[in-house]
Design a binder for this molecule. Structure first.
Ligand code: HEC
Length: 138
């Protein structure tokens, strides 16, 4: 049992090497939840995260929008909130060491931003995939 759990968490540990302990714990919670929602879940995936982040959908306001619309496709650069015009700090922790460090903030914005783009909340798997993409994107 322990071995199975370790094999299951290993990709996560590798992917989340740059995350602080608080964020690692959140990723483990998301992985547990993802496994409950989908027994075939094998770990979070950069490629799926990329698709979640870059694909366009009819959002909350009935217009086409993607995560890129506000955060741009270069996550090391500042973004711009298309609704308010406000400048956003870079999402990539490589350019902005404060990004993806506070679980409370990450949860709040993932909830809000999935609604903006997908007009629904994200699943545990989608949230984990998106974080893996954000943290590892060069
Ligand atoms: C309408 C504009 C908008 C869109 C679209 C958007 N975001 Fe955001 N996002 C924001 C704003 C504003 C913040 C808060 C920035 C700040 O104050 O640091 C934010 C913050 C975040 C954070 C927290 C970063 C941190 O500091 O830890 C994450 C994660 C995030 N967004 C992911 C996403 C994902 C994934 C999508 C697509 C599903 C997305 N965003 C789409 C505006 C947007």
């Amino acid at each position: 049992m322990k071995k199975v759990l370790w094999l299951f968490l290993l990709p996560l540990v590798l992917f989340g090497a740059d995350l602080n302990p608080q964020m690692q714990k959140y990723m483990e919670e998301l992985a547990k939840q993802a496994k409950q929602e989908n027994p075939d879940f094998k770990g979070f995936d950069y490629k799926r995260g990329e698709k979640i982040f870059t694909s366009t959908h009819i959002g909350k306001r009935g217009k086409p929008i993607s995560c890129v619309s506000c955060h741009t496709s270069d996550l090391t650069k500042e973004g711009k909130n298309i609704n308010t015009g406000k400048v956003l700090p870079p999402l990539s922790p490589q350019a902005n060491p404060k990004s993806i460090t506070k679980v409370k903030k990450v949860k709040k914005w993932l909830k809000r931003n999935f609604k903006d783009v997908y007009n629904r909340v994200g699943t545990a798997q989608e949230k984990g995939d998106a974080i893996v993409y954000i943290v590892n994107k060069k």
